[in-house]
Each structure stands twice: as C-alpha cells, then as structure tokens.
Design a protein around this ligand. Structure first.
Ligand code: SAH
Length: 228
C-alpha cells in the first residue's frame, strides 16, 4: 500500500511514520523468517505550497460569502494530487486509488473502514486541511470522500491522516511483526500485565490476576474472553 500525504506540514507526518513498526514496514525486508518480503508500505509527501503557481506561493484565500478565516485553494491541492497519483492510470482505472479529505464533517473513521482500505486499495491519498478547510471543488474534482476521526475539531488534518494511515497499515499483511499482533485475532478483554507480579505504590499492592500466572491456557482464554 502506498500512502500519499498532501499537507502544508508534511514533516509533522514524516517523523511519526518513520518511527517504530510503521518505519520498519517501509524498509525492504529480506529476512528468512519474513512472511511477506519486501516493503509492506511506502509513504510520499506533497506540500501544496510547492504546487502553487502564485509568485508568493499562496495556498489560501478568503472565503466567498464571507466568514472567518481562510480557505485552502483548489489548484495547489489538485496539482499535488496529480503529482501523487495522476499518472497511476492502471490503478485509477481499476478503482485501486482512494482519495480521502480530512474533515470534521466527514464519515467517521472506524476499524471496519481501516480493514476495507487495506483490502481494496493500492494507493491511499490523504488530504489534510488547515485554516477553515479546503475549497469544496477539490472534493468534486477528485471524487474524494470526506472522513472524520471523531466529533471534535482539530487545527489541521495531519493527526487524522496519521490516525487513518496507522490503523490501515497495521491491517496489511507483514506490517505487524511477531512481536506485535492484530489484537482482534485472539480473545482479550484488553487488560494486559507484565513483570513484576506485585507492584506496590503508596503502600497499596497491585497484583496480577492469579489466573494469568498459573499457566492453565484454557482458563486464561476464558478469562480474557470475559466481557469487562
Ligand atoms: N471550520 C472548519 C474547521 C476546519 S479545521 C470546519 O468546520 O470544517 C481545519 C482542518 O483540520 C480541516 O480542514 C480538516 O482537514 C482538519 N480536521 C479538523 N478536525 C477534524 C476531524 N475531527 N477529523 C478530520 N479532520 C479534521
């Protein structure tokens, strides 16, 4: 899966995506034990400012109809999109390119959507807004879908884009190694413990549930499957 990030602050996203599990998944994995070889994911960054044709590299303007703040211009964003996937004609024709616009008014992102993106698409383009959002014609031209990460308003679409990439990437075979796992594949009530067995804090003892220490795997599974 190729993630294309269109953002006025791409470096915010880059640091996150190059760290940990997602960073590793962008490197070529030739290891013998690797279930899926090669790069599992890749990420590219496009700053609309670099695609502005204005001599001052302008990327925003005041909204028609009045109102507070500024709105991101159509052209730099559409040109950035063109650069990202405009020439991926085969993928575009086969419906393997999905374009998402981060918006607090969009469809709320869920685990189900993460799985769907991972299964269906080769290229995921994520457009992050700033200011008061993006001229709606970007959505119309690109046939993009608006996606929200929840019922609150952030200052930019970078955190939502990272949230979507993170959740989607870990559904791709080989992205999670043997040290991590898709938690939905084994029964769990979400509670996990590690050493020590007893931890004392301000004179109170906090203990690991006995069943987890005793080693009876049937009992452990039953315990973990229990609803909280
Ligand atoms: N007044 C604007 C707020 C824009 S917030 C409005 O009502 O739409 C600035 C940018 O942050 C948005 O363009 C969007 O890309 C991003 N953003 C803010 N909250 C978000 C959320 N909950 N989900 C996804 N993107 C969000």
């Amino acid at each position: 899966m190729h993630f294309h990030i269109i953002s006025l602050f791409p470096e915010l996203c880059q640091t996150y995506l190059e760290t940990g599990v997602l960073g590793r998944a962008q490197k070529t994995d030739k290891g013998k034990g690797a279930k899926v070889r090669g790069k599992k994911i890749s990420a590219s960054y496009y700053n609309p400012r670099e695609f502005s044709t204005d001599k001052h590299r302008k990327v925003d303007e005041r909204p028609y109809g009045g109102g507070p703040g500024m709105v991101m211009l159509v052209e730099p964003v559409v040109r950035a999109w063109e650069k990202a996937v405009g020439r991926k004609t085969k993928s575009l024709k086969e419906g393997k390119v999905k374009t998402l616009i981060m918006s607090p008014r969009g469809t709320v992102f869920t685990q189900t959507l993460a799985k769907e993106y991972a299964d269906k698409y080769e290229h995921l383009v994520l457009i992050s807004g700033r200011y008061e959002g993006i001229d709606d014609r970007v959505r119309q031209i690109l046939g993009a879908e608006e996606v929200s990460v929840g019922d609150y308003v952030l200052t930019g679409g970078e955190l939502p884009a990272l949230t979507i990439i993170d959740a989607t990437a870990r559904q791709i075979p080989g992205v999670l190694g043997t040290l991590e796992s898709l938690e939905d594949k084994r029964p769990t009530n979400g509670e996990v413990y590690t050493r020590p067995e007893v931890y004392e804090y301000k004179k109170k003892k906090y203990v690991v549930p006995k069943v987890l220490i005793e080693g009876d795997h049937k009992k452990i599974d039953a315990y973990r499957a229990k609803e909280k």
